[in-house]
Write a protein that binds this ligand. Structure first.
Ligand code: ATP
Ligand code: MG
Length: 253
């Protein structure tokens, strides 16, 4: 049972709730301690952005949904933070796009991989892929291990909250990478095919809704959405948004 420390009436209830979910993740062996600091960095960006989903994120969510629906072998890569924060949403998204959930950790640990697998199953997943004999080319150590049935043969990899090295390496392998990252300056945000600059807990429900709608669209219509999407543009828009927001706040009397 997750210990929620903050009443719903608290003005920063959601932020506190996500911290509680991650703290619970650490206690149950799903999340790493390093994952907590990564989340802290993201919280800073969320404060600067304004803790809402803005148009630059909405257009990236549309492009991501179109790419996931068109993909031949899409894989959702799950780490310790996303398992703690959006396990249910991952399972629901997985069911819509071929059920390829793969556990893949930056701080590799067999014990934690197992715990995450169990956690996803508890949240309704039927099948979980695990790191195996597949390799991310150009990455050293355990961080390179991927599933032969999963990321190795994937054409599209959805890796929210990923490290920049691995994102770049997956792109080099010819895969299209979709990420969710509140920091538009991170190497992941800068190298992914599609970057959703938003909190993962806000982005996932919206992405699921769009995937459901887009499954009824023609291929031509979906291809047009992808063609017209420009990742550099949404990254620029998110940075200009932060700049303008700070300027407005700074000049307020
Ligand atoms: P990079 O390796 O891409 O340069 P980094 O080293 O700064 O990034 P990592 O820990 O490798 O950071 O990657 C995690 C990324 O996920 C960070 O950019 C962080 O801002 C982002 N992140 C963490 N928690 C969330 C969240 N809840 N929602 C959205 N983004 C998040
Ligand atoms: Mg990193």
């Amino acid at each position: 049972m997750i210990k929620i420390h903050t009443p719903k009436s608290h003005p920063r209830y959601l932020s506190q709730l996500y911290r509680d979910l991650l703290a619970d993740g650490v206690e149950t062996g799903v999340t790493s301690l390093q994952g907590m600091t990564a989340h802290g960095r993201a919280e800073t960006f969320d404060y600067l952005i304004g803790e809402k989903t803005y148009p630059f994120a909405k257009s990236a969510i549309d492009a991501a949904a179109a790419l996931l629906v068109l993909a031949k072998h899409p894989v959702i890569s799950v780490n310790g933070n996303t398992a703690a924060l959006v396990a249910k949403e991952f399972v629901e998204l997985g069911k819509l796009i071929g059920n390829n959930l793969e556990v893949n950790l930056f701080h590799a640990s067999k014990e934690r991989e197992k715990k995450i697998k169990e956690h996803l199953i508890k949240n309704g997943a039927v099948k979980i892929l695990m790191p195996g004999k597949g390799r991310i080319v150009g990455i050293e150590s355990n961080r390179r291990m991927i599933s032969e049935e999963g990321q190795s043969i994937a054409d599209v990899v959805f890796v929210p909250l990923e490290d920049g090295d691995r994102t770049a390496a997956l792109e080099k392998m010819g895969k299209r990478v979709i990420t969710v990252d509140l920091n538009p300056l991170s190497r992941t945000a800068q190298t992914a095919t599609i970057t959703i600059v938003d909190h993962v807990n806000r982005a996932l429900p919206l992405l699921i809704t769009r995937v459901k709608v887009f499954k009824k669209f023609t291929h031509e219509k979906l291809e047009k959405i992808i063609r017209e999407f420009n990742n550099k543009k949404v990254l620029s828009e998110s940075m200009i948004h932060i700049q303008k927001r700070l300027q407005t706040l700074a000049l307020q009397k």
